[in-house]
Design a binder for this molecule. Structure first.
Ligand SMILES: Cc1cc2nc3c(=O)[nH]c(=O)nc-3n(C[C@H](O)[C@H](O)[C@H](O)COP(=O)(O)O)c2cc1C
Length: 190
């Protein structure tokens, strides 16, 4: 069995810069469907070492304030603060994908990390394939523990794998140079 449309999608898919995403974002039922697809990823041991925090517009504006406050408290450059806060202020909708490492001897932490990354890509792809614009971003608010705790509610060993922004595309995304796969590939034939 082949899936030509899926193959064509994967061969041509492109993320959207955040500035090309506008409201409306997807509604609740649509988001639930996208998250169900996103959660259908390789997950060694079926640990489900990730969870979702859906950020509606009002929450995004609130988080923009948290980011501005935490950035200033940490002495970050005003430009870095405004860039990060501005992303949350202008996003139509975002899903924070939270990595939730499970302590299981037989499944290394790195494999749980990779599964969380797979969730982020699957969510972007599910949104793109449904006609939405989407992009996987992080930045310092995702990596700074105090900010991520205040903004997204991470606890303990949790971490932010990605903030996936989803919205209505304003226009097609610009082309992006793609890797020279042959240069990155070594064939071992004997
Ligand atoms: C973990 C991760 C974090 C990222 N964070 C950012 C970011 O903060 N800012 C940014 O401009 N791109 C970021 N990117 C890059 C974009 O998600 C994306 O790779 C780029 O827009 C091209 O995507 P495409 O290959 O799907 O077209 C990140 C990518 C990954 C994998």
């Amino acid at each position: 069995m082949t899936h030509d449309a899926a193959r064509d999608f994967l061969a041509t898919r492109r993320s959207y810069p955040l500035r090309l995403l506008s409201e409306p974002g997807p509604d609740r039922a649509t988001i639930e469907a996208l998250l169900t697809i996103a959660a259908r990823v390789p997950d060694h041991g079926k640990l489900e070492p990730w969870r979702f925090v859906v950020l509606a517009p009002a929450a995004l504006r609130r988080i923009a304030g948290i980011v501005a406050r935490e950035g200033a408290a940490a002495g970050r450059e005003p430009e870095a603060i405004e860039k990060a806060a501005g992303a949350f202020r202008t996003s139509p909708l975002a899903v924070a994908v939270i990595g939730c490492p499970k302590t299981v001897d037989r499944i290394p932490a790195i494999e749980q990390t990779l599964s969380a990354g797979a969730v982020c890509l699957s969510l972007v792809n599910a949104a793109l394939a449904s006609g939405w614009g989407a992009v996987w971003l992080t930045g310092w608010p995702a990596h700074d523990r105090a900010t991520a705790a205040a903004a997204f509610g991470i606890e303990g060993a949790e971490w932010v794998a990605g903030i996936v922004h989803i919205g209505t595309p304003r226009e097609a995304p610009p082309p992006r140079p793609r890797p020279d796969v042959a240069a990155l590939t070594r064939w071992v034939e004997g």
